[in-house]
Design a binder for this molecule. Sequence first.
Ligand code: CIR
Length: 271
Amino acid sequence: MSKEIETSGGKSMQKFENIIARKPCKAMLEGISTGMFSDAKPIYEEAIRQHQEYVEVIESLGVKALVLEPLEEYPDSCFVEDPAVVLKECAIITNSPRASRNGEKFEIEPAIKKFYKDEQIFRIESPGTMEGGDVMLVGKHFYVGLSERTNKEGARQFDEIVSKFGYTSSTVPVTEGLHLKDFVIYLENNNMLVSAKMNEVPEFQIFNRFVVPSDELYAINSLNINGTILVPDGYPKTLEYVKSLGYPVRVVNTDEFKKIDGSLTCLSLRF
Ligand code: CIR
């Protein structure tokens, strides 16, 4: 289970002890893609290699990994961040509006149950929809993206659940593509990576923001694992900026997942 720790800025930072990940399936070639990052099809063998490296890098940072077997029925099932949101106090099973992804919520539940008691597990119910890629935690506050995958009713139910545990939430419209965390990511210590559009969001003005250049948009979705930032391979400007903030960094190649809109945070549940 994760513990709350204090950062120098006084905001609490999550310390992760576990991740859940799922190996990609061969059907990932048919994964949903907006084409926002690439028009190419993933190469399966390369994706398996990259996934293994992703897990190894996180394990090398002192985190235990539960790696689930591939699920051929669900092409996008390696993106385990979407069917659940996990906190130290509870887990929330989400409800994707996409038919090819909705069933993933039943498949993630047994893994969630290894770590959470029944009374700690909550669900977003129809007509509420949500995917975890739209949920970003800053201290004890959640920013929830309203997108094609997460609607107002999903955000309302989510707020009702997390408020039981002392968290607050507010919504942010996602107008550029798939999920909130494709366009804004909280690195902890008051630092954010943002798109030019997210840079204008009034609620984000209190943060130290780096506007990621449009040719490096994919690198916004970097991932803080206990103080080390994983940055996707191939984005030198973002990498230099993250280094200049003083974080240790690890570069991870996620090119095959990028072809179907997947990035670093999507590939794990962290707690
Ligand atoms: C989808 O469109 O659902 C997948 N191809 C990509 C999901 C990426 N997930 C995430 O950003 N949390």
